[in-house]
Design a protein around this ligand. Structure first.
Ligand code: ADP
Ligand code: MG
Length: 235
């Protein structure tokens, strides 16, 4: 599998900080792969995504990544003054696209995430799960090679989370995007990813390929894989 993202010995110390947020992080993500980073709060998960998204520079090491990368944040991070359609269209505005072409591209993504009927509503009219759907549509609208998701479901109730999990797997299969997601829940990571990377104190601790069929939670190996990672997490 060819690597789309590759970090080699990446370190990051934020300006004015004494302790590095990342130390010697190396891993790669293959074309079309779904990788999930897990680890305790503050271990550097978001910093890795920000570096890949180009929002932060690494202090040391090298990073290989495609030009087209987009990120969706916790609870959608939508603009409250824009409609669902305009939120999803945000990354395409100002690129000189024809209105009809732009509308078709955006509607396609809204349909993919099952939110098209709400296209003219505002974020305040939506539930948390619906807002996150719009956040994902916005990230996909620019047709990125890589989709980065930073704890996208952590503010949602368990039922909504499971619905979105199922839909994310369908979106991944349909679009064949490479996905790198951050979660603080091992169960969530094992429900979704091809590979789980456990982080500890700014470094990669260990990696776990997950070979279960979907839906994962109904698979008898699910608990075994979760426990294996939990034991290491709480070591
Ligand atoms: P996680 O997403 O795993 O919770 P983060 O990547 O957000 O972890 O943070 C890793 C470490 O870097 C933490 O100690 C955090 O306080 C610190 N950190 C994150 N962002 C900044 C920043 N902009 N400036 C200074 N320190 C930061
Ligand atoms: Mg974080």
């Amino acid at each position: 599998m060819s690597a789309v993202i590759e970090l080699k010995g990446v370190g990051k110390t934020y300006p004015g900080e004494q302790h590095p947020a990342l130390r010697d992080v190396s891993f790669s993500v293959g074309q079309g792969e779904f990788v999930c980073l897990v680890g305790a709060s503050g271990c550097g998960k978001s910093t890795i995504l920000k570096i890949i998204a180009g929002l932060e520079e690494p202090t040391t090491g090298t990073l290989t990544k495609p030009a087209a990368v987009s990120m969706a944040f916790q609870s959608g991070a939508l603009y409250p003054w824009l409609t669902v359609f305009e939120n999803a269209a945000f990354g395409l505005r100002g690129k000189g696209m024809r209105e009809r072409e732009l509308a078709a591209a955006v509607e396609d993504k809204l349909k993919l995430v099952n939110i098209l009927p709400f296209h003219d509503k505002y974020p305040s009219d939506l539930s948390g799960g619906q807002r996150q759907r719009v956040g994902i549509a916005r990230a996909l609208s620019v047709n990125p090679a890589v989709l980065l998701l930073d704890e996208p479901f952590s503010a949602l109730d368990p039922r909504t989370t499971e619905e979105l999990h199922e839909d994310l797997i369908s979106i991944w299969r349909e679009t064949k995007k490479t996905i790198l997601m951050v979660s603080h829940l091992i169960e969530e990571a094992v429900s979704l990813a091809d590979r789980v990377i456990l982080m500890r104190d700014g470094s990669v601790d260990s990696e776990y390929p997950i070979a279960l069929s979907y839906p994962r939670r109904e698979n008898e190996g699910f608990h075994h894989d979760v426990m294996k990672i939990r034991r290491e997490f709480f070591r």
